[in-house]
Design a protein around this ligand. Sequence first.
Ligand code: NZQ
Ligand code: ZN
Length: 405
Amino acid sequence: MNDFVYHSPTKFVFGRGYCDRIGAEAAALGLANVLVVYGQGSVVRTGTLARVLASLDEAGISYVEAGGARPNPEVTFVRETIALARTHKVDGILAVGGGSTIDAAKAVSFGVPYEGDVWDFFDKHLPIERCLPLAVVLTIPAAGSEGSGSCVISNDAQNRKLGVSGDVFRPRLAIMDPELTFTLPPYQTAAGVTDMIAHVCERYFSGVGAVPLTDSIACGIIRSLLDAAPKALAAADDYDARATIMWAGTLAHNDLAGCGRSLSPTARAGGWESHAIEHELSAHHPEVAHGAGLAVLMPAWMRYVWHADPQRFLDFARDVFDIEPVDEDVEPHDEAVSDAVTAAIDELQAFFAGMGMPTRLREFGITEDDLDPMLQTLQLNKGATFGAFMPLTMDDARAIYEQAL
Ligand code: NZQ
Ligand code: ZN
């Protein structure tokens, strides 16, 4: 087990009807005048926003609203919302929504005390040291942003989607009420589950060998999702399935599933190769849901790289899908290993497809002609080679995209 720093300062308040606790919990944080950030209207339609505002009123917290964060949130919205937060001199930010809303709110939280343009943090890699406190009411379990030290923002003018990391802007509070997720469309439920599994896999295939305690947490999260997702898709109001998915999304990405698996104590475990190649897809094609992009690209990445450490994939095959380990004396050995690994990747991809996720890039309308622009920004963002499980060149990335077409 490698050395690590595990910093998860968020207070998670989890349960039925807990949406209505936001006012009291935000007041306990010392908030008195907040900016309420939300997305493109789901929280209005479901009544969640009205409940949140009523709870704030009851707690005596004043607020100003900033709706409109789009999926794959864009920096223009962030800039406008920073201006609004300054005008109203808010003392905290409250995000009501999913990863897109929370990431927009995170960027606002560290953009307000910064005098320059917030995009500087993304393309100039400035350290993020100050921010307004951030609270969250989560409405879609997926990105894990409610507990993560990541924030991902798109810049359409530059065709870029960039992430920043930092512990300072992790949410101080996350209200997690699984009943709020009953209204999720099946596609969004499935994309969210796919993203969670990818967050675990990026850490599991981090280029570091087995760390049994962390690996069993990781595989336990995935197995719980394999069990719960079909139930939530069959019955949208299956509380236990929804609750399992919601908490799994947090555990998949608050770094618990990576402890001891990173090369440096303060770095996140893993090379995040699938995320790197997916972020180019949703940067150039913002209509692609991040999880749906991963459903196509992560299996393609796995098929391309497993040879770099077959044992790691055999462990995954055994611990997630109960695929028998390959005995040393089985002949031809390489073929047996290849069959076992391929069976595991096939099962994973079939699980994604069974939830309604795409299996090929062409299902998004992507063709060979779309690859060059994605590879250009990939190189700009990641350099000539990237990755930890197996270093990838731009030719490797092209081959992965091509195999996924
Ligand atoms: O915008 P509204 O109208 O609210 O609708 C949303 C959106 O269309 C809808 N929705 C949310 N809650 C709902 C609901 N519809 C009905 N009922 C509800 N209860 O769902 C759609 C997707 O929402 P979004 O927030 O975009 O989903 P997600 O949580 O998957 O976030 C995706 C974003 O997070 C980034 C992704 O790249 C993408 O930009 N990520 C952020 C990470 C982080 N900060 O740690 C890590 C991830 O790897 C990821 O990159
Ligand atoms: Zn993700």
